[in-house]
Design a protein around this ligand. Structure first.
Ligand code: ASP
Length: 309
């Protein structure tokens, strides 16, 4: 029998770890535990980048991205651009369980959720709407009407400072791995933009035979290196989770150098089938993660991989 382990991105991941670790200790499956943990964060309106109360896109629509994966069967499901349903991870799980598909998007994802009995809900909080009015890139002057004025608004830079996905990875008593990734993506993103979080292999990858990995940060850059799948394949080839996470962060840096851009903020977490953990991030990401291991919950700072190291 394995000793349960959970890890989750960011300090707000502690809530997910608290919920998931109780379930794992009670003998629940890794997938049930990590999704319950992620849902606790999705319901928390103080977490402004996940689920209810997170930050909308450029035209004020709040759309959610999520995926789930079961390490025993490699079953997976995902939703992208999901509107008016608060728990994207629960819908992603239904996609996995009730359809022959892996990813549903936009209106189709919403119709599927409604058909599955999810309630149509207001995803915004008053604070979120107010903040959008104040910070909206096309609406700099206070009090000005928030409108998309023309195609030029779509070329304004995205505010990359406000994001942060919750990714939760777990190992259960039966020795199986499970993972979930859920987010509203980059704040004030272009309508229709999808990041790494609902992409199996980018934001999340889980395989009992190799390990589990998840990402947070600028999704475009995580997709560019197939971040989580890259990391899991490193573990399959024998790397420990910590070394694999550091190599993924190095890869992000190397790609940025090659493309002549400043390295983006990206972070990775990983869990081996034996319960070993790893975490690393690129420079200035200040990435923290929450862990439950041998009965103790901690929030730890990840190793930063600076440029050219
Ligand atoms: N990876 C997410 C995205 O690009 C955002 C984040 O984790 O900070 O949508």
């Amino acid at each position: 029998m394995a000793e349960p382990v959970v890890l989750a991105t960011w300090s707000f991941g502690k809530l997910a770890v608290e919920v998931a670790s109780k379930l794992l200790t009670d003998g629940k499956s890794a997938l049930d535990a990590v999704i319950a943990g992620a849902q606790a964060v999705e319901r928390d309106p103080t977490v402004r980048s996940v689920g209810f109360g997170s930050l909308p896109d450029r035209i004020g629509r709040l759309t959610l991205d999520s995926c789930v994966m079961d390490g025993q069967t490699l079953n997976c499901g995902a939703v992208a651009g999901l509107e008016h349903i608060r728990s994207a991870s629960a819908v992603a799980r239904r996609v996995m369980e009730k359809t022959p598909h892996v990813l549903l998007t936009g209106e189709g994802a919403k119709w599927f959720a409604l058909q599955q009995g999810f309630p149509l809900e207001m995803p915004h909080t008053l604070e979120g709407i107010q903040e959008w009015f104040e910070k909206h890139p096309t609406n700099k002057k206070k009090g000005e009407k928030a409108v998309i004025r023309g195609p030029e608004d779509f070329t304004l830079p995205i505010d990359e400072s406000n994001h942060d996905t919750i990714t939760v990875l777990g190992l259960d008593r039966a020795g199986h791995l499970g993972g979930v990734c859920t987010t509203s993506g980059l704040a004030y993103k272009l309508p229709g933009r999808v990041g790494d979080s609902p992409i199996i292999g980018a934001g999340l990858y889980v395989d009992d035979e190799a390990g589990a990995a998840g990402a947070t940060g600028v999704g475009e850059e995580v997709i560019r290196i197939s971040g989580s799948s890259f990391l899991v394949e490193l573990m399959r080839a024998g790397k420990k989770p910590q070394e694999a996470c550091e190599l993924a962060a190095k890869r992000i840096n190397a790609v940025a150098i090659r493309r002549g851009v400043h390295p983006p903020t990206c972070a990775f977490i990983a869990l081996s089938p034996k319960g070993e953990i790893g975490a690393a991030c690129t420079e200035a990401t200040a990435f923290q993660y929450a862990v439950f291991k041998v009965g103790k919950i901690e929030v730890l700072k990840a190793k930063e991989i600076v440029l050219n190291k």
